[in-house]
Design a binder for this molecule. Structure first.
Ligand SMILES: [Zn+2]
Ligand SMILES: [Zn+2]
Length: 211
């Protein structure tokens, strides 16, 4: 239930308790080989994975998040030399009147979010998860849709599991790519899907309450 609420932007507290619950779940279901590889770092690894899995799940709301580059301001502030008055300089370079240059804080449009202050996780398929299959549409003469291969039909940009791999590799330096793919990745995917399963249960419970 908390996962469902946290996704719908209820509170930071809910987000925190969801990640905590997910970590507990991870501890229960962590495969043997993962436990062995992580050793003493297991707890830390599980928290990292739970956080990322939840983040991945939360994105599915098609929700927006604050742009981290500008912290939601849309502008990036830098101290710059600003010419207040160009001064008067003769053609041979003699300064008649000194130019006025001030050191000021200037806000430049944030390039990451284009000044919006927010980023959307929605895929380029507009969150539909489907795109027009141009070849088939031409062939059949009616609009044919296919699964969007950018998001595999999820409709949002997923957190690539390579990000999770990099984070875990940091904690467990001996971790190899093949060991990650074989043992860790399925486990990580399981955590993300656990959120969806819980959401379904929560939604059903929610409907029962409201009926
Ligand atoms: Zn920004
Ligand atoms: Zn897509």
């Amino acid at each position: 239930m908390t996962a469902f609420l946290a996704k719908n932007d209820v509170s930071e507290e809910d987000k925190f308790s969801t990640v905590e619950a997910l970590t507990q779940y991870a501890l229960k279901v962590a495969p043997k080989l993962v436990r062995k590889a992580a050793g003493k770092k297991l707890g830390h690894c599980l928290i990292v994975l739970a956080k990322m899995a939840f983040e991945d799940y939360a994105r599915s709301a098609g929700s927006v998040c604050q742009c981290s580059a500008c912290r939601g301001k849309g502008l990036i502030y830098k101290v710059k030399d600003v010419v207040k008055y160009p001064g008067i300089i003769t053609l041979d370079g003699e300064i008649m009147v000194e130019p006025k240059i001030k050191n000021e804080l200037v806000g430049d449009l944030c390039e990451s979010c284009n000044g919006k202050g927010q980023l959307t996780h929605r895929c380029r398929c507009k969150g539909r998860g489907k795109v027009l299959d141009e070849a088939q549409t031409k062939l059949q003469g009616v609009p044919v849709f296919k699964l969007c291969d950018r998001c595999a039909g999820h409709g949002y940009k997923r957190v690539p599991s390579s990000v999770a791999f990099a984070a875990i590799k940091h904690l467990v330096p001996d971790l190899t790519q093949s060991s990650w793919s074989r043992n860790w990745k399925p486990f990580y995917e399981k955590l993300a899907s656990k959120c969806f399963i819980e959401e379904n249960i929560a939604e059903k419970a929610f409907k029962k309450v409201t009926i």
